[in-house]
Design a protein around this ligand. Structure first.
Ligand code: KIV
Length: 290
């Protein structure tokens, strides 16, 4: 498959790791968000299944989002950008059952939605899914640690790899996903020393979210970093703006100006020439309706 001009090529990710250039990833779910991300020089855009929570209104779970919804969102993002690598996040149920399902749905992300690569959660049996997708010619980003699609099995949205045994299992999973051909690995909510060890051992880059500063890159959810998410936020989120406050203020000002008649003003209103207006208002110019 040829890479469109200007698009960051996948091998560049590993080169960035070896040069020590941090990889910047953010989620986006629509055209404006994706364009802002590209303009900011973001390297990878993840159309995350967090869409379930941050744009589709499901409370505290990514599980309900469907393939069709993810394809719809991914299409909007992929159409909007040129350079960043667009990662389509495979939703729960789209790859767990079989390698065939995983390949079929990964192909849909690339062919129908324009994703450059896909992401899936977990190691263990999911390593075989990742390998099958890679063998079909599609890049895969792995995701281990806190894997929200299986949060119920993990006992909630909790830090993973906190015991030596659990940390060793994460290291094993990371090696297995790399061996399966993954191009990068998201590490979510794992102790920093564990993420550091995985990062040191792998050739492919690690992208951390709640995994400390030693990862080769970082990812945050768009709505969290821009202050569009309300309520409790995980410890690993840093807010770089408070857009929900700005949006509320703007909408309240709009509502109040519409009610008071201050909006629209003359500058927002179209006019016509005096001559045309006079003709329009002349008796008989407008036929009387039935
Ligand atoms: O769906 C998502 O947004 C993610 C990130 C939190 C890594 O998987």
């Amino acid at each position: 498959m040829s890479v469109p001009a200007g698009k960051l090529a996948l091998p560049e990710l590993t080169e960035m790791k070896h040069r020590g250039d941090r990889i910047v990833m953010v989620t986006a779910y629509d055209m404006p968000g994706a364009r802002f991300a590209e303009d900011a020089g973001i390297d990878m855009i993840l159309v995350g299944d967090t869409a379930a929570m941050v744009v589709l209104g499901h409370e505290g779970t990514t599980v309900p989002v469907t393939m069709d919804e993810m394809l719809f969102l991914t299409r909007a993002v992929a159409r909007a950008v040129h350079r960043p690598i667009v990662v389509g996040d495979m939703p729960f149920g789209s790859y767990q059952v079989s390698d065939e399902d995983a390949v079929r749905n990964a192909i849909r992300f690339v062919k129908e939605a324009g994703a450059d690569v896909v992401k899936l959660e977990g190691a263990g049996p999911m390593v075989s899914r990742a390998r099958a997708i890679v063998e079909a010619g599609i890049g895969v980003v792995g995701h281990i640690g806190l894997t929200p699609q299986s949060a119920t099995m993990l006992g909630g949205f909790k830090t993973q790899g906190k015991t030596a045994e659990a940390a060793r299992a994460l290291v094993d999973g990371a090696h297995a996903l790399e061996a399966a051909g993954c191009v990068a690995l998201v590490l979510e909510a794992v102790p920093a020393p564990v993420a550091e060890e995985i990062t040191r051992r792998l050739e492919i880059p690690t992208i951390g979210i709640g995994a400390g500063a030693a990862c080769d890159g970082q990812v945050l959810v768009y709505h969290d970093l821009l202050g569009l998410t309300e309520g409790h936020l995980p410890r690993f989120v840093k807010r770089y703006a408070n857009l929900s406050r700005d949006i509320r203020d703007a909408l309240e000002a709009y509502a109040s100006e519409v009610r008071s008649g201050a909006f629209p003003g003359r500058e927002h209103t179209y006019v016509m020439s005096e001559e045309e207006l006079e003709a329009f208002r002349a008796p008989g110019s407008v036929p009387v309706g039935d």
